[in-house]
Design a protein around this ligand. Structure first.
Ligand code: CA
Length: 479
């Protein structure tokens, strides 16, 4: 009898252990200001990215993968909550100011890390935070057990280097003492010295975390947010030397920065393989917005064949390289062409983990992509996707292959992306019924949003440049 119970106990324990073992690790890798076509799996010719290509080949490349905002911080706020960030007033980059208690991810929101930690995951954030510099927004207070990185929106790559920060196209601020880009690196809240090139270091920190976490039976979630290839344009000398044949200096440096991200991803994949975790790790790779080609912080990125760039609601601002890989569950070597968005990362990760979402995340905008990526559900994950930027200065809607948008004081535009990916032939006047339907959908969606809670845009705060639409009357711009 004792033996019977011992066997029974073993069966129960073994089943529990097996179930726990089956819970995947979650790895979210974010690149910063990476152009749509600047990695091999997106067609780049001058920047080899063999490791990212290998990652893409091990899973699904989403051709129509979007972010919820065309600049850094609001995009990240959407990713980490699974909600359109304008629902909670997050529509601008926050100030670099540790006393700014409203400039960051509101405490009314919960992060993906909050939910996964509650579900028993070890949680780590590495790299660029950019969700608020006030202590209340620190990653350790937003669900992350471990943090290594910096709290601002960017950082120099080479220790001790002067940073040249651009304040507009062609205009540069003398900023060798720029506080944000030279802020201390932090391990949790402890300042640590800058040693070596930053992207390389972030990759090393990630591989060390993955190796350390592998020794613990708990599954883990790692949010790895590179600031590369965002400005300042700095790279390791050996990487620059690899691209000596690129004559444009900015493009050469950019190529070296992207290649360094790729090298770091290669080491991370190697660490996953070496610790036997690759099969059971769900990996996302995205850029936080499109490449800035000619505007502020231009980095010589390329978004072709898309129109526009970072800061635009044209495709070049919001459509990004987008990989989802999970060898144990998701087919390898495929592409998926229905529109998906970074807001989907949270519900997909929680579903994969079997985790319950935090009560603060009652209304999600993202959806679990697993049934779609595995082919169980052949419908579109989203009937429509929406964008609003700069307190309602610009709106966009994607419905099927239709893309409607309105920017600033310009007339609404309508494009058929299936025939016109570059958004060059405006069909608003020839297909008014579609333009009107999508405008009405944007107006309805807009009712669920609030005015921005903080503003730090280069045009002077919350009030837009036109002066026509105030945050309290945002509806006026979607008509
Ligand atoms: Ca960015």
């Amino acid at each position: 009898m004792t033996r019977f119970f011992a066997v029974l106990l073993c069966l129960v324990n073994c089943a529990a252990a097996h179930a726990a073992e089956r819970r995947p690790n979650i790895l979210v890798i974010v690149a910063d200001d990476l152009g749509y076509s600047d990695v091999g799996f997106q067609g780049a010719r001058d920047i080899p990215t063999p490791h990212l290509d290998r990652l893409a080949a091990s899973g699904i490349r989403c051709t129509d993968g979007y972010v919820s905002y065309p600049v850094c911080s609001p995009s990240r706020a959407g990713l980490i909550t699974g909600r359109y960030q304008q629902r909670f007033g997050y529509e601008f980059n926050p100030k670099w100011d540790a006393t700014a208690a409203t400039h960051g991810l509101p405490l009314s929101e919960a992060t993906l890390a909050d939910s996964l930690r509650s579900a028993g995951y070890t949680t780590g954030a590495i790299g660029k935070w950019h969700l608020g510099a006030h202590p209340q927004f620190h990653p350790n207070r937003r669900g992350f057990d471990d943090f290594f990185g910096f709290l601002g929106g960017g950082h120099r790559y080479l220790p001790g280097s002067a940073v040249e920060v651009e304040i507009g196209a062609g205009k540069k601020a003398a900023s060798s003492g720029d506080a944000e880009h030279t802020s201390p690196l932090l391990r949790n809240s402890t300042e640590v010295p800058e040693v070596g090139e930053l992207t390389t270091r972030l990759g090393e920190e990630a591989t060390a975390s993955i190796t350390r976490y592998a020794k613990d039976p708990k599954p883990w979630f790692l949010y790895l947010a590179f600031n590369a290839p965002h400005t300042p344009m700095q790279a390791r000398a050996d990487q620059l030397a690899r691209f000596a044949s690129i004559t444009d200096e900015r493009r050469r440096t950019y190529a070296a920065m992207v290649a360094t991200v790729d090298e770091a991803v290669g080491r991370i994949l190697g660490a996953l393989d070496a610790t036997g975790q690759r099969e059971r790790t769900l990996i996302f790779f995205i850029s936080d917005n499109g490449g800035p080609m000619t505007k502020r912080n231009a980095n010589a990125s390329v978004n072709s064949p898309l129109r526009g760039q970072k800061g635009d609601v044209f495709e070049g601002g919001i459509r990004v390289p987008f990989i989802v890989a999970w060898p144990a569950r998701i087919p390898a070597g495929r592409t998926y062409s229905q529109p998906v968005i970074a807001l989907d990362i949270l519900p997909t990760a929680l579903a994969a983990a079997g985790a319950t979402r935090d009560a603060k995340l009652a209304a999600l905008d993202g959806v679990d992509l697993l049934p779609f990526l595995t082919g169980k559900n052949t419908a579109a994950p989203h009937p429509r996707l929406f964008w609003r930027m700069d307190a309602g200065e610009a709106f966009a809607v994607r419905e099927g292959n239709w893309k409607w948008l309105r920017t600033y004081q310009n007339a609404p535009q309508l494009y058929d992306l299936s025939a016109d990916l570059g958004e060059t032939r405006d069909l608003a006047s020839s297909r008014p019924e579609i333009a009107e339907r999508l405008a009405a959908a944007a107006a309805e969606w807009n009712h669920g949003l609030i005015a921005p809670s903080f503003g730090n845009n280069p045009f002077g705060g919350l009030i837009n440049r036109t002066g026509l639409e105030k945050p309290s009357t945002l509806e006026s711009n979607v008509k």
